[in-house]
Design a protein. Sequence first.
Length: 585
Amino acid sequence: MRSAQPRKARPVTGIAYLMRSVPLVSLLLFAGLLAACAGSSNRSPSSPLPSGTPIDLALADRMYAEGDTDSASVIYSNAVTSGSLAQKQEAALKLARIAYSGGDEHGAAGNARALLESSPPAETQRRAYLLLGYSELAQGHDAPAKAAFEKYVQSRGPALPYAQLKLADIASRNKDSLTAERLAAAALTAGLPPQSETDALFALARYQKSNGETDGAAATYKRLVEHGATSTDRGEALWQGAQLAAAGGDVSTYVTSLRSLVAVYPSHERALQALQDPGIGTPAERAYVQFRNRLNDEATASYQALIADGDPKVQGDAHYHLGILAERAGDPDGALNEYTAAITALNGSGDPLLGDAYWDSATVLEAAGRPDEAVEHYSAVFEAAPGSDHAAEGLFRAGLIRYRQAGPGDAAGLWSRYLSAATAVEDKARGHFWLARAEGAAGQAGLQAAELRAAETAAPLSYYGLRARARAAAATPAADPPTLPDANPDPARTEAWLAAAFGAEPTPTAASRLQSDGWRRAVELLGAGLAAEADEQFDQVIDSSPAPWDLYRMARAMKSAGRVRPAARAAQALAGRQSDPRRGR
């Protein structure tokens, strides 16, 4: 669960620093807007900007998207003082957004207020109110923030649930938990991104508790236990639900919740708190919680006590964790002794923990410069515990050691076994690539070429698929490429490739994710300068989209808006569809 934190101010330099002065920017804005409304000259004699700076807002937008905030700010500021009314209004909002993104909430609020004085178009007005609300709230100004958010709510803009949640927060601080609960419940009907929804549910539970609605709060915590965005959130929900049950005298729910917390989320700090109740957790569970929370001395004592247990599985688990604790203490010999004891206790069980013991002992042996023993233990992971997460990787690591020892034949044998054990196509590409290296070192050029082709075929867009393709073509990148890839590739070529891979773009596009409430909400948030909130919304829409053409349009839209991360996310998702075309149909 994310706690509410004030935004940290970031240093603002260059032209953007001018926006820290409200008298400079906001008063110039007022003067320019009033002059435009009165029909007088738009040029301000006090403008600090270079004379003759062109008012090209499209150019400024591109500069801003490419990270050249200073140059963009020059053009925006010139538009505020010398442009048409429409240019003044557009530029004023963008200057306010730049101020907010730079941590200057005071300057952002001043510019937003000045913009609102000019009666801007409905869309600009909505976004200015939303940005004003966030800017005032970041400064701890609840009253003006509330007024701004209420104006946005009245507009019924796409980002309505975000304004409702902020109003709920303000209402709660003003002891109006009934209004807070109503607003939070309304916002939660919108289908928010996972983390925003989780944070809103925690807030709703608090409001319900304040209103004496114990059953409602318990139901909300149960929903969080099942659907919280992260394991930290789900563990926190178990803890809060347990405290609520204890306050109401529901001992059964209290005990069940804390036992689940300890068993399912042992790394959670609340699990450690749960151990303060001596009735919570078995001895093995208590030892593991201490281990995961790095209480090394306490965990060592707890695991040493478990060695006396008559169950070989419990003994093996204790020795294994004592081995890790010895590594933490800088005692590799002690760690090897414990791992050996774990292997002895678990021998023949096929338990994945047996594989873990072999794997961890192999890493200690490799670090100690004992490669032959390391190969033996890495290989044993697959043989002793084929269900271990390290089974295939153990074979790969063993092969790598033999390859580095100039033993390509042994390496090839181990990597052939690795290929049989690997399941992911990316891992198969890696296996074929390294088999090609081994065959090449052994002078088998034909086998080397065949393995490179197999690597590229297995996963053409993976790291090893691309490396195999380059090596097969004998392509080595020049130190200084004579030409750089076109940063703005021809859309027609891209769309022709899309049509060939996935079919023509569907029409009409009414069902497109770009027409969804989530996408419109993200665009609205971005238009108001709330980049973090917008990116979370964009991620939700991208992750839920199965359509390649939608992903392409999203990637282009995000690139144009300067949102590199979500653009790359959409492009990566599209590349994944290309590697498995059935997912795009």
